[in-house]
Design a protein around this ligand. Structure first.
Ligand code: FES
Ligand SMILES: [Fe+2]
Length: 405
């Protein structure tokens, strides 16, 4: 796959109802990032995940032996919901509907009024297990009991050391954002991993930090689950001088590296996190942005992680989630100020993306154009995700126009 030339992409995968139906298999076959391991620290702690596009709710938990387990959030009796909260802790799993009880390994332990089920042996009944594994402190699930690839094969190609860097227990979750959009889930992916729009949509916020010269894309064509990495560097010192920075931005830069306006020298990232972040050992490193197929984008900075996931709710609607992780190692008020400034600056920039992505999706539906242009390099992350999509579905371009319009 060449990334040196512009490409054209069909609009069909973004607007076709037929394609959306076909696409459902992706959610049933891919490894999906569900939560952080730190959310499942204790035996009995659980997190639920609703994959709305395929009417599937999943519960992920830690059993009494300290192992991760995941089940359909669905009772074998008559499909009652087992876990009704977003997260919590349970010693046993008791169905809300009629009270069938299961242990944390999914085995049925008790049926209320068992005489009503003569001949039914509870020992033969268990929850519907699904696959679960973790990498970098992130817990992934796969609805298949025997997925086509293990999680480590799925994530092949990632830099050595990233797993340990991300798995550091000091990363703590901080307030995240959620929103529903009138757009296809892939539109929301694409606006977050291409830097081409930044100097336009984000002209007055962070545009100056994303320039073609300082944004570098890398591609993982042979990896089943990793699409691309975008590395963003701060402009060179001579170009920084011409930037119109506010006093707040200048102050923030001075005290840390959790905003896109970072301190002057971030080369320490190369020493402390060797082989994990700042792979080019640049003293102008800001962040790496990894795109995982299908719906997970991870921004990795020296002192901040941000995580985006998108979940389709229809062809033309999707739920969007953004989460923050910081290491709470602040030494002074300046560090706290830098962290909060980073968070607010990014929130403001994200809010600039929102109308743009919905307008573009609505326009796509007009049918004025049946294909679009994607820039070489700066937008090639869009192409990488699109190609992974067609690969997973085993569809070629000709079939797209023929079968899915
Ligand atoms: S549906 Fe779960 S006990 Fe009836
Ligand atoms: Fe943006």
């Amino acid at each position: 796959m060449t990334k040196e030339k512009y490409s054209t992409l069909s609009t069909i995968p973004f607007i076709s109802e037929k394609f959306y139906e076909k696409e459902k298999s992706i959610w049933k076959n891919s490894w999906l990032m569900a939560t952080r391991e730190s959310e499942l620290a204790e035996p009995g702690s659980f997190v639920t995940l609703d994959i709305k596009g395929i009417h599937t709710s999943v519960a992920i938990l830690r059993n009494g032996q300290g192992e991760l387990r995941a089940y359909h959030n669905n009772c074998p009796h008559r499909n009652g919901r087992l876990f009704c909260d977003r997260s919590g802790k349970k010693a046993a799993i008791v169905c809300r509907f009629h009270g069938w009880a299961f242990n944390l390994n999914g085995q049925c332990q008790a049926i209320p009024e068992p005489q009503l089920f003569p001949g039914l042996d509870k020992n033969t009944i268990s929850l519907a297990a699904i696959s679960v594994d973790s990498w970098g402190g992130f817990v992934f699930i796969n609805l298949q009991q025997n997925p086509a690839s293990s999680l480590s094969d799925y994530l092949q190609g990632l830099p050595e050391g990233l797993d340990a860097f991300l798995g550091d227990r000091r990363w703590e979750w901080h307030t995240g954002y959620q929103k529903e959009f009138a757009a296809n889930w892939k539109d929301l992916m694409n606006i977050q991993h291409e830097g081409y729009h930044a100097s336009h949509v984000h002209k007055n916020t962070l545009g100056a930090t994303f320039t073609p010269e300082e944004s570098h894309n890398y591609f993982y064509d042979d990896s089943p689950g990793v699409c691309s990495r975008l590395t963003v560097l701060r402009p060179k010192a001579e170009n920084m001088a011409s930037l119109q920075m506010s006093l707040i931005q200048e102050l923030s830069m001075k005290y840390g590296s959790t905003s896109n306006w970072v301190d002057q020298d971030t080369s320490r990232a190369a020493d402390e996190s060797k082989n994990a972040v700042n792979l080019d050992a640049s003293d102008r490193f800001v962040f790496d942005c990894y795109t995982f197929f299908p719906n997970f984008i991870l921004f990795v900075g020296t002192d901040v992680l941000s995580v985006m996931r998108v979940w389709p709710t229809g062809t033309h609607s999707a739920d969007w989630e953004w989460d923050w992780f910081f290491k709470d190692e602040m030494e002074n008020f300046g560090n706290l100020f830098n962290r909060e400034h980073g968070r607010m600056a990014t929130r403001n920039a994200l809010a600039e993306d929102w109308p743009v992505v919905e307008w573009a999706h609505e326009n796509m539906r007009s049918g004025a154009f049946d294909k679009n242009f994607v820039a070489a390099d700066m937008e090639a992350t869009v192409l990488a995700h699109y190609q992974k999509l067609l690969q997973h579905l085993e569809i070629n371009e000709a079939e797209l126009a023929q079968d899915y319009e």
